[in-house]
Design a protein around this ligand. Structure first.
Ligand code: ADP
Ligand code: ZN
Length: 224
């Protein structure tokens, strides 16, 4: 395979980063590294990392950098040189962005594009309230107002759907605030480097996917 794309998806909680990462992978062969999925995996397994991360996640705060950075950068740097990747949920503050940058630059594996999925706050609040995740494969599902979530199973694998603890209203408010205060400045960091692309994320999943594919130059024809 030709040299893979190295992408970062940045967007507020509920922007659809996980969904869009999965859709991109239907078109182009990329490793998907989701810091949130990784923490939730550890949480389920009850590992020391999971126990440490849990209190922060449930409050809607960032897991401390000294925990987060090593584990994510370890994953990124273990990807073979020529393979592409999508980072979803990392970096989430300036320090994480700088540490990622140092590692990648040292190996001349700079990021190709950083995609900012921009969604208005009312839309985020609406989405997070109806967001259910598959216990088995982690794919997110939207449950409409008044729809019975327990009657639904995962579209991908038939697994059980559940609502994340940090999708409770108080944690959602905190996550949006943390995003505005800590993650938004990362956009400026990448804008200066000329790798930032902006994609409006209020539209349908399919439309946002089209825009991201265009922004990162993945021709729709390049199906796997
Ligand atoms: P969302 O983007 O919907 O908030 P994620 O699944 O990306 O959800 O993250 C869930 C939680 O995991 C965050 O609120 C945070 O506590 C923790 N987390 C994920 N990525 C990071 C990161 N890069 N740095 C610190 N904490 C993180
Ligand atoms: Zn599933």
């Amino acid at each position: 395979m030709a040299q893979g794309l190295r992408l970062v998806l940045i967007g507020p909680p509920g922007a659809g980063k996980g969904t869009q990462a999965q859709l991109l992978r239907e078109h182009v062969d990329l490793a998907h590294i989701s810091s949130g999925d990784l923490f939730r995996h550890h949480l389920r397994q009850g590992t020391p990392l999971g126990l440490r991360a849990k209190e922060y996640m449930n409050r809607g705060e960032l897991v401390p950098d000294e925990v987060t950075i090593d584990i994510i950068l370890g994953k990124v740097m273990s990807i073979p040189d020529d393979d592409g990747f999508i980072l979803d949920g990392f970096p989430r503050n300036r320090n994480q962005a700088q540490e990622l940058d140092k590692k990648l630059t040292a190996e001349s594996r700079n990021l190709d594009k950083v995609v900012h999925i921009d969604v208005s706050e009312p839309a985020l609040l609406r989405r997070l309230g109806g967001r259910y995740i598959c216990r088995a494969c982690q794919s997110p599902h939207a449950i409409g107002l008044g729809e019975d979530a327990s009657a639904r199973t995962c579209d991908q694998c038939g697994g059980e759907l559940y609502q994340r603890d940090d999708d409770a209203p108080a944690a959602v408010k905190k996550r949006i605030q943390v995003y505005n205060d800590e993650t938004m400045p990362v956009l400026g960091f990448y804008r200066k480097r000329g790798v930032l692309v902006e994609v409006p994320g209020d539209d349908t999943i399919a439309e946002v996917n089209k825009q991201i594919m265009a922004a990162v130059d993945v021709p729709t024809a390049r199906k796997l």
